[in-house]
Design a protein around this ligand. Structure first.
Ligand code: PAF
Length: 293
């Protein structure tokens, strides 16, 4: 029998699909995406495949999480390529909603996750996490997933969604998944497609800066400024790199640290030419290992 992955566009069809499964006590693993899928997304789908009866992927380039001068209109798209990748990893259904159904005329309700949205990307992309939290909550309401999978490369997004799930008593398990990297360490991202070959080489500086910070943590460095200085020096070696932020933060609150104790996250956003890339790494003495996420 040939396996055919379903494609759903109407919100009502999506709800009917998930409610029928829930009636049969089937679990649904959900991977929300904006498409242009790469190995990082596929790793989330494989994990969802292993842990649930059914796997659903949404592809929706969400306008409310882009600022007016950001890349909404040029965000890369490849629907047929994405569908093939999903089908190959055993996804059961794709949800491809239209913006006009997600945000119909008169739409006026947004979700603001306050504290954890403010620093890092929240400071340089005002309104971004409001858009993310709003679309993710809407998708959760439509899809009613048992588990939802998010990459740790977008650690602040993950923290925002986790806080929202706790604060609003959502009935979904949020599953964090390790960052997937290219062979040279660059974190996988749909936006890597914007880089020229020369910029692509320079982009490895984000991961290298994080590895240098990991070296300081291994040696027991406690002064957060020293981490920031070391990472800044590495980024400054690349001619097309411009720093948006480099910071050492608490792993849960994401507030900037001055002294480093048992655990910290080094996080950075760097523009390589016009392309803004983010990455982070969790350092944790308690688990006695550096988690390269
Ligand atoms: O990480 C993303 O691709 C997006 O922010 C998400 C979670 C799909 C919401 O639009």
């Amino acid at each position: 029998m040939v396996f055919v992955m379903e494609r759903l566009t109407a919100v009502s069809d999506m709800k009917a699909w998930s409610r029928a499964l829930l009636k049969q006590s089937r679990t649904i693993g959900f991977v929300p995406t904006m498409g242009y899928l790469h190995e990082g997304h596929l790793a989330l789908m494989r994990r969802a495949r292993a842990e649930n009866d059914r796997v659903l992927v949404s592809i929706f380039v969400n306008p409310t999480q882009f600022g007016p001068s950001e890349d909404l209109n040029r965000y890369p798209r490849d629907l047929e390529g994405d569908a093939k990748k999903c089908s190959d990893v055993g996804v059961d259904a794709l949800f491809l909603p239209e913006a006009s159904q997600v945000y119909p005329p008169g739409f006026q309700t947004y979700v603001d996750v306050e504290e954890v949205s403010r620093p890092l990307c929240g400071a340089s992309r005002p309104g971004h996490f409001r858009g993310v939290a709003t679309i993710v909550l809407k998708l959760f309401n439509i899809v009613a997933p048992t588990r939802a999978y998010f990459g740790e490369k977008d650690r602040q997004q993950l923290r925002v969604i986790m806080a929202m799930a706790v604060d609003l008593d959502l009935d979904v398990e949020i599953v964090p998944c390790e960052t997937v990297r290219e062979a040279d360490g660059l974190a996988m991202s749909s936006r890597n497609a914007y880089l020229s070959p020369d910029q692509r080489k320079q982009a490895v500086c984000l991961h290298q800066a994080l590895l240098e910070a990991a070296g300081l943590f291994d040696k027991g460095e406690r002064n957060a400024d020293r981490y920031v200085r070391t990472m800044s020096q590495r980024i400054a070696q690349e001619p097309d790199a411009g720093v948006d932020y480099i910071s050492l933060v608490h792993p849960e609150t994401l507030q900037a640290l001055t002294d480093v104790d048992d655990a910290a996250v080094a996080a950075l956003a760097v523009k390589i030419g016009d392309t803004r890339l983010i990455d982070n790494m969790l350092f944790n003495h308690r688990s006695r290992k550096i988690q390269q996420t």
